[in-house]
Design a protein around this ligand. Structure first.
Ligand code: MD6
Ligand code: FE
Length: 212
C-alpha cells in the first residue's frame, strides 16, 4: 500500500498476539467481490450439534469451507447446500489477508479458507475457540465491514481469573489473531442497530484461515 495518502493507521496490539489494523481493508472494492460470492454460494443459517440455529448467516469461499450441523463443526471442500465446491477465493481477498498478516508479523500466510459471516441487528456469536485448523502457527485474519460490532477476547490469566477485553470493530478494520492469542476464546456481542451507506443495516465479517 502507498506510503502517502494511506487511510489506515499503524497496527495496535489489543492483547499479546492480536493486532488491530484500523481501516486496512478497502470496503468499497470488497463489496462487489462479496456480492458475487454470495450469488454463487448463498448465505445460510447453519445448525449446531445441539440443534440450535445460528443467528449469523454464513457462507464460504476457497478450497475449504467451515460448516456446522448436527454432526458438529468441520471444514468441507463441498458446499453441503449445492453439492458443489465453494467458489474460488478471489485474488484480491487472498492478497488482502496476506498483506495484513505480513504487517502483523506473519510472513507467507496462505489462506485456503474464507468464512463469510453476515450479522443483522440482534445477531451475535458466543465465545468460542477456533480449533478446527490443523496448523495453529498460522494466524487468522479477520475483516470487518459495514456497521460496527463489539468483539471480545477472553484472557486466561491465572493471576486474574477470566477477564475479557473488548474492541469495537468498524468498517474496514482488520484483526490478525495469532501466536499467543491464537487459542483465546472470543466472540461478538449482540449487534446494535445501525446503518452503513454501502452495506445497509448489517455487519459482514471475513475470516481467512489456513485450514488444510
Ligand atoms: C466476527 N470473528 O468477527 C467473528 N475468529 O464476526 C471470529 O470469530 C474470529 O474475528 C478468529 C479470529 C478472528 C476472528
Ligand atoms: Fe472465531
Amino acid at each position: 500500500m502507498a506510503e502517502s495518502g494511506q487511510l489506515w493507521s499503524d497496527p495496535v496490539e489489543i492483547v499479546n498476539g492480536m493486532q488491530l489494523l484500523p481501516g486496512f481493508a478497502d470496503s468499497q472494492s470488497l463489496y462487489t467481490e462479496i456480492q458475487s460470492l454470495v450469488q454463487q454460494a448463498p448465505l445460510r443459517h447453519m445448525g449446531t450439534r445441539r440443534g440450535f440455529t445460528m443467528s449469523v448467516a454464513m457462507t464460504n469461499c476457497g478450497d475449504l469451507g467451515w460448516v456446522s450441523d448436527r454432526q458438529g463443526y468441520r471444514y468441507s471442500p463441498i458446499d453441503p447446500d449445492s453439492g458443489q465446491p465453494w467458489p474460488d477465493m478471489p485474488n484480491a481477498l487472498k492478497e488482502l489477508a496476506r498483506d495484513a498478516a505480513q504487517l502483523a508479523g506473519f510472513a507467507n500466510f496462505s489462506p485456503d479458507a474464507c468464512l463469510i459471516n453476515r450479522y443483522v441487528p440482534g445477531a451475535q456469536m458466543g465465545a468460542h475457540q477456533d480449533r478446527n485448523e490443523r496448523d495453529r502457527t498460522q494466524p487468522i485474519v479477520s475483516v470487518s465491514l459495514g456497521i460496527p460490532a463489539r468483539f471480545f477476547v477472553v484472557i486466561d490469566n491465572p493471576a486474574d481469573d477470566k477477564k475479557s477485553v473488548a474492541v469495537d470493530l468498524s468498517d474496514g478494520d482488520v484483526v490478525v489473531f495469532g501466536g499467543a492469542a491464537r487459542m483465546c476464546s472470543h466472540g461478538v456481542r449482540k449487534l446494535k442497530a445501525g446503518h452503513d451507506p454501502l452495506w445497509g443495516e448489517a455487519r459482514w465479517n471475513l475470516t481467512f484461515r489456513h485450514a488444510g
